[in-house]
Design a protein around this ligand. Structure first.
Ligand SMILES: Nc1ncnc2c1ncn2[C@@H]1O[C@H](COP(=O)(O)OP(=O)(O)OP(=O)(O)O)[C@@H](O)[C@H]1O
Length: 249
């Protein structure tokens, strides 16, 4: 069953007298335990789609259903709650608070939701182990490498056990080994926690961790590719690169 389903999404931005058609009728879905990558040239609407899927912005037309609830049917407060409880976000720039330790940053969504961090100790310990930050719990962001900061951001996105994880270029400014480790973590969290994961990426190597790849161009879905996880990673990557080349990405 789809936990996230978008139909005929349209997004227009007004830029002075000009109108930008960022999305022109996009259908998209992701099921629990499914990992979907979104690829496409710069300006094709990838980030716009991710923002609409996460309810960070409202579509000009079309609908987004989150766990069976239509986002546009909710008032601001309900939408904020639905987002906070069902969705974890990871961005390319980690958005960590500089004055808080790694552990405090991870617990931030719990505090914002008005819950007691002490009740989440077990989950915090599990997540810190999952992302391999046991030795870095009390470090501040400026005492952490880029990959470690991204792992904190990932643990923070997972602390509320969201049904859906949305990530915009999560490996964008990491070296390739660190990027691979982050993608492996996302894959594991999808498999072990039965989460739906949607990742925007330019990188075929990162997209090869997905079950499906959706290729956007000019705000429309140009191609969809199903990947078999029992195929060798190199083979999955080749299939993605072939399409990227045929679409001149
Ligand atoms: N807030 C905004 N105001 C006006 N135009 C916007 C806004 N956000 C995005 N756009 C335009 O919408 C189109 C799609 O942008 P979007 O950021 O979704 O593309 P993208 O595929 O994520 O690109 P990139 O790979 O470069 O991040 C682009 O033409 C962009 O300039």
């Amino acid at each position: 069953m789809s936990v996230l389903q978008a139909s005929q999404l349209i997004k227009r931005y007004q830029l002075g007298v000009h109108e930008v058609n960022a999305l022109n009728g996009v259908d998209f879905e992701a099921a629990a335990g499914e990992f979907v990558a979104i690829m496409g040239p710069s300006g094709s609407g990838k980030s716009t789609l991710l923002h609409l899927l996460g309810g960070l912005d409202a579509p000009t037309g079309g609908t987004v259903m989150l766990a069976g609830q239509e986002l546009s049917g909710l008032n601001d407060q309900q939408a904020t709650l639905a987002r906070r409880r069902s969705i974890g976000f990871v961005f390319q720039f980690f958005n960590l608070l500089p004055t808080l330790s790694a552990e405090e940053n991870i617990l931030l969504p719990i505090l914002i939701d008005g819950k007691k961090p002490a009740e989440f100790k077990e989950r915090l310990d599990q997540l810190i182990a999952l992302v391999g930050l046991e030795e870095r719990r009390t470090h501040k962001p400026d005492q952490l490498s880029g990959g470690e900061q991204q792992r904190v951001a990932l643990a923070r996105a997972l602390i509320t056990q969201p049904a859906i994880l949305l990530a915009d270029e999560p490996t964008g400014n990491l070296d390739s080994n660190t990027g691979k480790a982050i993608m492996e973590l996302l894959r594991r969290s999808c498999d072990d926690l039965n989460q739906a994961i949607v990742v925007v990426t330019h990188d075929a190597r990162a997209a090869a961790f997905a079950d499906r790849v959706v290729f956007l161009r000019d705000g429309q879905v140009e191609r969809r590719l199903q990947l078999a996880q029992d195929e060798a990673p190199a083979q999955r990557m080749r299939a993605i690169i072939e399409i990227m080349e045929s679409l001149e990405l």
